[in-house]
Design a protein. Structure first.
Length: 367
């Protein structure tokens, strides 16, 4: 079977692992349509022995849900796929572009959704969503909550398999990064955060929680976003500047080294009217690296962590501070959670497992 995959995130090499695993199935012939650039990230992987990589020019580069590809119809005519695998949302213009072409050329199509809140979108996205849901052959949900939203949108449960995000457990493993720790001057218990610097990710809550901690600690914040200046200002106001180290977003290949610098990773997400945590991929990456995790109870976080980390009530800085202090004071618990977290990833969140489940979908679609 020939499968053409369309996904902007493939600009980063870290997201290719699942497709490397998929290509191991002898009856699967993969081709990936990949943007030459997304936001400020240049295409990291341009060739591969396992599948064909097709660099595509994007219109409205960097605009989620608004972008689309020049020349996609030409690519479909050349590849002549049996399945269009679209790793984009059901209300996105690029999903509409791909599904419309799938209908034109009698190709099966599937999209992937992360939307775990039922929303009514304005025109033209409401019309695009309706078209895509009506005409897609399959929709993959990353969680059961997302599947429930898609059912409310009109899809049948049988059309919506659930496949959680996978992590490359060979890349994300325990790595010794003493030189990096020394460079960052992380000489005491290090509380880490990695992700976007935006309000809903709860970084300000993390600052307030750590300001309550009596023990010695360092705070390592890795990411970028519009809240950067507010984070620095709030850190200064709370007297945390000497304990804080802020690092701009790092390449996917460097992420395991920075995770190893942390004694625990915190994902303090906060639910808003329009958003709640959809998965928390950084949690599985940290767990795979044997870094203990603490997460809020927003969205899918408790289901990802299970009993292999600590969960606090979102927005409750006292509860978060207590959870961090508990890990600081209990090295035995840190070691236990580190081992359990790694095993949870191996049991539930590997790219190999995600590839196997995706292959089953392909088989069902072309039967």
């Amino acid at each position: 079977m020939k499968v053409l995959v369309i996904w902007k995130a493939l600009v980063s090499e870290a997201y290719h692992k699942r497709f490397i695993e998929l290509a191991k199935f002898k009856d699967v012939e993969l081709a990936l349509v990949v943007p030459t650039k997304w936001h400020n990230t240049e295409l990291e992987k341009t060739c591969c022995s396992e599948y064909k990589i097709i660099p595509g020019k994007i219109v409205l580069n960097g605009f989620n849900h608004f972008h689309w590809y020049l020349g996609l119809e030409r690519i479909i005519r050349q590849i002549r796929p049996d399945i269009l695998h679209i790793e984009e949302e059901h209300y996105s213009i690029v999903t509409y572009q791909a599904i419309r072409l799938a209908k034109k050329y009698n190709v099966k199509s599937m999209f992937v959704s992360l939307q775990n809140i039922y929303k009514i979108y304005p025109f033209p996205f409401s019309w695009i969503e309706k078209y895509n849901i009506k005409n897609a052959d399959c929709a993959v949900a990353v969680s059961n909550e997302i599947r429930d939203v898609l059912i409310r949108k009109g899809l049948c449960k049988e059309q919506i398999p659930v496949i959680p995000y996978g992590v490359d457990h060979l890349m994300y493993r325990k790595i010794k990064s003493q030189k990096l720790k020394s460079k960052l001057m992380l000489d005491s218990f290090t509380v880490g955060y990695m992700g976007r610097f935006v309000k809903e990710k709860g970084v300000i809550d993390l600052l307030h929680a750590t300001s309550l901690i009596k023990n010695g600690f360092k705070l390592l914040l890795i990411g970028s976003g519009k809240l950067r200046h507010k984070i620095e200002a709030e850190g200064r106001r709370l007297g945390l500047l000497e304990k804080m180290e802020i690092v701009d977003s790092v390449s996917s290949s460097q992420v395991p080294y920075y995770l190893d610098c942390m004694d625990c990773l915190v994902l303090p997400s906060r639910t808003t009217r329009k958003w709640k945590e959809q998965f928390g991929r950084v949690l599985t990456e940290a767990m795979s690296c044997e870094v203990p995790v603490i997460g809020s109870d927003s969205g899918e976080i408790p289901n990802v962590i299970g009993d292999c980390g600590l969960v606090f009530k979102e927005g409750d800085v006292d509860d978060l501070s207590s959870k961090i202090t508990r890990l600081i004071n209990n090295p035995g618990l840190r070691g236990e959670l580190a081992k359990k977290g790694r095993q949870r990833v191996l049991d539930n969140f590997t790219q190999e497992k995600a590839a196997r489940e995706t292959y089953k979908i392909y088989q069902k679609m072309i039967c």
